[in-house]
Design a binder for this molecule. Sequence first.
Ligand SMILES: [Fe+2]
Ligand SMILES: [Fe+2]
Length: 263
Amino acid sequence: MRILFLGDIVGRPGRHAVKKHLADIRAAEGADLVLANGENASGGLGLSAEGAKELFNAGLDGMTSGNHIWKFKDMPSYMQREERLIRPANYPPGTPGRGLAVLRLPGKPPVAMLNLMGRTYMQPLDCPFRAADALLAQLDAEHPDVRIRILDFHAEATSEKISLGWHLDGRISAVLGTHTHVQTNDARLLHHGTAYLTDLGMCGPLDSCLGMSVAPILRKFLTAAPERFEVAGGPVALCGAILDIDETTGQATHIRAWRFNIA
Ligand SMILES: [Fe+2]
Ligand SMILES: [Fe+2]
């Protein structure tokens, strides 16, 4: 089975690029399933119910998120209803939504989509390593038929990301990083069938700072004055990874970082 996983979709430029090109990309790459991180898709920070619906209508099969997911007031109730959208599983008990979804598409093998957040240089949530163990145990108990398991690890520190990759090697099909918005050049198979990439990169404006306009961010770095950030314009790149996974074992057989430039 071939899966395309897109990194953080940023603002309207990212959403529109996905809407316009996803069907062609899916066909050209032969992707059976397309997943994405949507935490920045509405206004650059957060995801509204409307933005999420727009992306599902564009053809995404599932969406993960991260630290900005609660920015819009309608998201908690929307997430309770929409099982294809998940949030990091290591938020404390009682947080709305789920950190795990089993996607069952007609004619395709079922796929478990998992989401965790790092806690190095981030909000201190529950331990993502223990939470990953618990999620896999839950899958084994409740969905033993689901061999394909894909994790979006939304984290800042490269050390935490690769450590979780090694921790889960052989127990999960892929550990893919998001949140830093810059694609890394380390796509590989670990030793026991887990595909790994430290960061998928973003789907958003190229001439930007992580998708946002450069000038206010530069002023913020150069002075101590507060600034209002806005989504940048100009050319867009879609970034992610393409995974090939053996349906019977759930082991990844190939991963490559993927990028699509739009003028
Ligand atoms: Fe992000
Ligand atoms: Fe993030």
